[in-house]
Design a binder for this molecule. Structure first.
Ligand code: ADP
Length: 222
């Protein structure tokens, strides 16, 4: 696939496959194309070519995309309303909507907050809510753009734990991040981007991470 902005190629060509059950870290220095690639995978920006899902359908149909700033995604006046909004939009039966919202909030640990105003939540909880509202739609792949960028150290660990837990449910996760040191030990695969292309696609080898860090002028510390 390729992405163009006003005739300039920003991404690609990239030919890639994603598997369920896999946590993929999308790495790359600023401007390397992570966000644009992730948005193309989600079908949020136009792209040429195609990435096909294992069931033969376009990949974007199987994805749920979580924006970097969780506040931009808040649509409900309570946590519960926020999670059911998308489910109502896809026209599910009331019973199914409530079942899914309940299940999702249990998984993400927000059930006790279901009547809270989303804006009253902590940063980590807001991020969990943004993830919940997408998860409730039951995507096969969860696409996360810098999910810890707006969070302090404590909340980052909470999100890491949630992601570890979600991984066990069999969902595929593609996570664009600068916080390599937080996620590398739970990643199954690393995709390293540079100038809109994939420079490395494989296991989270320390050698690759060290090179990536040092290229950015930062010393790699485990
Ligand atoms: P990253 O997420 O890795 O920082 P981006 O995907 O945001 O990278 O950006 C990749 C490239 O695309 C950059 O050169 C950026 O300037 C360019 N770009 C991003 N968004 C737009 C846009 N809306 N119009 C034109 N160029 C853009």
């Amino acid at each position: 696939m390729e992405v163009f902005y006003t005739n300039k190629k920003i991404i690609g060509p990239i030919n890639i496959k994603f598997k369920n059950n896999e946590l993929v870290l999308l790495l790359g220095h600023n401007g390397s194309g992570k966000t644009t690639f992730l948005k193309a995978l989600a079908g949020v920006v136009n792209f040429k070519g195609e990435i096909i899902s294992s069931d033969g359908k376009p990949f974007y149909m199987a994805t749920g995309y979580v924006f970097q700033n969780p506040e931009t995604q808040i649509v409900g006046s309570t946590v519960w309303e926020d999670v059911i909004f998308g489910l109502e939009n896809i026209g599910l039966e009331r019973e199914e909507i409530e079942k899914r919202a309940l299940e999702t909030l249990k998984t993400t640990g927000l059930l006790n907050y279901k009547d809270f105003d989303p804006y009253s939540l902590s940063g980590g909880q807001k991020q969990k809510l943004a993830i919940s509202s997408i998860l409730a739609m039951r995507p096969k792949f969860l696409l996360l753009d810098e999910p810890t960028a707006m969070l302090d150290k404590y909340d980052r660990m909470i999100i890491k734990r949630l992601i570890e837990q979600l991984k066990k449910t069999g969902i595929g996760i593609i996570l664009a991040t600068h916080h390599v040191e937080i996620f590398y030990d739970i990643a199954d695969r690393i995709i390293l981007m540079k100038d809109g292309l994939v420079k490395y696609d494989g296991a989270a080898l320390e050698k690759v991470l060290r090179e990536y860090y040092e290229e950015g002028g930062v010393k790699w510390r485990k």
